[in-house]
Write a protein that binds this ligand. Structure first.
Ligand code: SF4
Length: 337
């Protein structure tokens, strides 16, 4: 067949899509703006709910990529479509002529410093879920010193009009439960609190992990928002919250506060959507042709989507969508002469 397909974004969805396309007999190219393939998975340690190694998962995704032409530190500069073909100019001056494009540009993490009330980048012991995962992976973070009390704040930058992001990020409730259990394994004496609005444990095995977090690890789940974070003279954090189930105000002293940052659009979505002549939703994620029957297809023939470029997704969802997107491209290109 030898038709060529461009994959924009070398995270898990892009890698899976490129591998599937090569299996189907197409020549895939990956363009990745950073200097490494793997996206957010590169920085993760263990994956919920079964604690699978992120590094091994990434290794498996990278296996078919050895012989795929990959452009790192590279972005799309211009796109023009003539008939059924796209001419794509890259920032490294290469020009690709392709029959289809997959946008797998992924997501960004909400910048926690924007929620000043939680004190990220103000107080030393306030970290994000991504920082904590990096600590699990590397074993070092000067802010984490044998904590005896740890709090997790759910929905930081998600479900929050003030943060301009109304939607749920889907993964952070279960990530908080996973990370809380991992902290307890490393520091068995620590008291651990999760502050949530409501818990969204919708995936297979998630509810079991949540129950285990309470029965085996003794983690306390408190329904209520943290309203204030301050630092005392010893450097510990003093947080105020309200337990909305008992209607009681709470004041708790913590050694570490972990902010569960949500998934937001990539800052370059706007530029990419204008280059591709595609639409973005109000949330800044790419808009597919139909959210149900054509969720991997764009409104322009030949443009396809995979992974979190169209909204928050779990890793398995992103990988499955990448497979579906490759198959949709196969159907589309099979009809061309
Ligand atoms: S998954 Fe949980 S923590 Fe994340 S935005 Fe949804 S409700 Fe909030």
């Amino acid at each position: 067949m030898n038709k060529q397909v461009l994959v924009i974004g070398g995270g898990p969805a892009g890698l899976e899509a490129a591998g599937q396309l090569e299996n189907l007999g197409y020549k895939a190219y990956i363009v990745e703006k950073s200097d490494k393939l793997g996206g957010h998975l590169l920085k993760w340690d263990r994956l919920f709910p079964e604690s699978i190694s992120a590094a091994e998962t990434l290794q498996k995704l990278l296996e078919p990529v050895g012989h795929i032409t990959t452009f790192l530190d590279c972005t799309v500069v211009s796109v023009s479509k003539t008939g059924e073909h796209f001419s794509v100019q890259l920032s490294n001056d290469a020009t690709l002529n392709v029959s289809a494009i997959i946008v797998s540009a992924g997501f960004s993490l909400f910048p926690a410093e924007k929620k000043e009330e939680y004190g990220y980048n103000i107080y030393n012991r306030v970290i994000t879920s991504a920082d904590l995962e990096d600590f699990f992976k590397t074993g070092s973070d000067s802010r984490i010193q044998n904590p005896k009390s740890v709090g997790f704040v759910h929905c930081v930058g998600s479900r929050d009009e003030k943060a301009c992001n109304r939607q749920c990020s889907k993964v952070c409730c279960i990530t908080a439960v996973k990370q809380a259990c991992e902290i307890k394994e490393q520091y068995p004496d620590a008291d651990i609190y999760c502050f949530y609005m409501d818990l969204r444990m919708y995936g297979r095995g998630y509810e079991d992990l949540y129950l285990e977090a309470q029965s085996k690890y003794g983690i306390r789940f408190i329904r209520g928002r943290v309203s204030e974070v301050a630092e005392d003279e010893t450097g510990k954090l003093v947080i105020k919250a309200e337990d909305t189930l008992s209607s009681k105000p709470l004041k708790i002293t913590l050694d570490l506060l972990v902010l569960m940052v949500g998934m937001i659009k990539n800052a370059d979505n706007e530029n990419l959507s204008s280059l591709l002549n595609t639409r973005l939703g109000d949330d800044g994620f790419f808009q597919s042709a139909s959210p149900i029957l054509r969720s991997t297809e764009g409104e322009i023939a030949g443009i396809f989507f995979a992974g979190a470029s169209t909204g928050p997704k779990t890793l398995p969802e992103s990988i499955n969508e990448a497979k579906a997107s490759a198959l949709a491209i196969h159907g589309y290109l099979s009809k061309q002469k």
